[in-house]
Design a protein around this ligand. Sequence first.
Ligand SMILES: Nc1ncnc2c1ncn2[C@@H]1O[C@H](COP(=O)(O)OP(=O)(O)OP(=O)(O)O)[C@@H](O)[C@H]1O
Length: 438
Amino acid sequence: MTKASWLRTMRNVLDSYHSPAVLIDADYNVVATNANYDFRFGGLDGRGSAKCYFLSHGYQRPCDLEGETCPMQEARENGHRASVLHIHNTPQGKEHVGIETIPITDEEEQTYFIELMTPIREVSAEPIANKMIGRSQAFNELVDLLQRVGKTDTNVLLMGPSGAGKELAAQAVHATSPRSEKPFVTVECSGLTDSLFESELFGHTKGAFTGAIHSRTGLVQSAQGGTLFLDEVGDVPLHLQVKLLRLIETKTFRPVGDSKAVAANFRLVCATHKDLQLMVERGEFREDLFHRISTFPIRLPSLSERREDLPLLVTSILLRIDDKAPLRLTDEALQLLAQQPFKGNVRELKNILERAVVLRHDDLIDVDVIQRSLNLMLGSTSVSQKTEGLTQLAAQGLSIEQIEQRYLDALLQVYPDKSRVAEIAGCSLRTLYRKLEQ
Ligand SMILES: Nc1ncnc2c1ncn2[C@@H]1O[C@H](COP(=O)(O)OP(=O)(O)OP(=O)(O)O)[C@@H](O)[C@H]1O
């Protein structure tokens, strides 16, 4: 077979793939593309060939010399498939793409590589209002893990500081999974009291207890076929953890008041900002449950570990706040933001920007407005002053519940908006109302 006819055959092979695919020679030249690649990425544009690193990234030299992993090099060295996550330039802007590189040889024993590309839709490298956003190395490593585990049915434990995006990451795992067409159900574990735990999770029959006028479907049943997301799993009290363990181990549950066990079918994703391993050592979290839920642990980077993403996040959040007005920050305003420690991560950034939008004079937000927005937060030190004497309260012999009530009362005196209070207290609005009723 001549080289030309071998290449023709390879084009047919590429066309048999549903995803964008290219054929690359050992010298980084893309020598053939399939129709899907041409449609999404613009093709070779009449050129016989082009360097893969130039086509995908605009680089003048191979990716590894630009500080990125080159899947082709790995495939060449190991002689088997290699996969990485890259950000590619496309006619639609920068896009996260999963790349799988397969080494092959032609009849003259020359090595070529087939590269299959899977555009990753759950995240974005461009400012978009409602997606998980980022471009930094730390973010890309996170996306790579979410994608890999997303395709399986493995239990995932998302760890990381508050406001870093654990819930968004859980949704990305679900959206990547074969269960994506089924429900994604969140269980807010903080604030689940003894009496609520079972009826919330497992549901109850009519008349199961006083006040159970109707039967009720539990969250586990609602997640049937889909993903059950246990948020703040570290907040489940020790004596209730055994019930969770039983559910996870047996994949069955019994609605309150029902004698029959029901089969549960869900994929488990948990999240926590607590150090569960330390809690296990202290006897605050069951070791068997910890091992069950942490099959695939993923640590989310804090915002300070991915500061390069700040400008992109700012644009996306401004778009989310108002997609009609072309809101922007001056360079000086962005610099002031970049100096903030962001202990509250993306959620804190969002709050600063929301306040700035309220305070702004026009669509270009300047440094003074950002400073005023930051000052408003500093002004809320009255909250910490009000809550400072917690240890004294404990010394008075008050229970955790009583201290919690005082904390919430202090927050309510400063913030009339209960959603804001729930956000600061780190619980859902529903949980806040429940606690206030108590
Ligand atoms: N990468 C991201 N891109 C865009 N928005 C983000 C990103 N990460 C987080 N956010 C936003 O920040 C806020 C907090 O995110 P999320 O609730 O997922 O954090 P969390 O880690 O689950 O917080 P907590 O531990 O307090 O529950 C949300 O409004 C979310 O949309």
